[in-house]
Design a protein around this ligand. Structure first.
Ligand code: CTP
Ligand code: MG
Length: 228
């Protein structure tokens, strides 16, 4: 297959509170962006990798990723996540009709098997994303009071990579930008089109690293696995 993977790494990582954007922070010596990119390099369904990074990190990212055969571009991102994704989409080969994947570089434990599963599901259905079950009981709140308990059997937590037939994401983004909509993930833009989005099983390992505590969790996971 000839999937195009857009790795979004242009966020500031404010909740990480580090000097550098979080995708550039080392985890057991290797930056999150590099770890993420290597999973896409290894996935059979992916032909091209585009990295979207802060403007001042374009050069460093190019150096970091130079060993990847599938790397096709490193470009600066935008203000919002969707602006960064749009910059990545502009790097698609002319007439591209395959599946485009969008992945948070801050999820360094993504596995090639999950990537391939998302590409297959997206090729068949138009749009697909990994979800994990919600384990806590969720309450809808207003003014410090519980309004109701939400039925969690109907809920899933969205992960990345999210996959789309290129034309589906292009139409979804065209509508979102035209209507001035800010979306929190790409699937939400497709939902607004009223087109189907299917789910595949995500994993706890594929969690997004947001805070210093998440980095500590990731370091200890790698230490455990190195011992095993
Ligand atoms: N992202 C991006 N461009 C933006 C905002 C986010 O490419 N304008 C990317 C981030 O680099 C990250 C992914 O989207 O890999 C998920 O976003 P998030 O976890 O919120 O990362 P940050 O926005 O960097 O972190 P924070 O919200 O804590 O500042
Ligand atoms: Mg953010």
């Amino acid at each position: 297959m000839n999937g195009l993977a857009i790795l979004v790494a242009a966020g500031r990582g404010e909740r990480m509170g580090a000097a550098r954007p979080k995708a550039f922070l080392p985890l057991a010596g290797r930056p999150l962006l590099l770890r993420s990119a290597e999973a896409f390099e290894a996935a059979g369904s992916v032909a091209h990798i585009v990295a979207v990074v802060p403007v001042e990190e374009v050069e460093a990212a190019g150096t970091m990723l130079r060993g990847l055969r599938k790397l096709s571009a490193v470009v600066p991102g935008g203000q919002r996540r969707q602006d960064s994704v749009l910059e990545g989409m502009k790097q698609a080969p002319d007439g591209f009709q395959g599946v485009v994947l969008v992945h948070d570089a801050a999820r360094p434990f993504v596995e090639p098997a999950l990537i391939d599963a998302v590409v297959s599901a997206a090729a068949a259905a138009g749009a697909a994303l990994p979800v994990t079950p919600v384990v806590d009981t969720l309450k809808r709140l207003r003014d410090g009071r519980v309004v109701e308990t939400v039925d969690r059997t109907e809920l899933g937590a969205a992960q990345t990579p999210q996959g789309f037939r290129f034309d589906v994401l292009a139409r979804a983004y065209e509508k979102a930008f035209r209507e001035g909509l800010t979306v929190t993930d790409e699937a939400m833009a497709v939902e607004r089109l009223g087109e189907p989005v299917v789910v595949v099983a995500g994993s706890q390992r594929n969690r997004k690293l947001t805070t210093p505590e998440d980095m500590a969790w990731a370091e200890s996971l790698l230490r455990e696995e190195a011992r095993a």
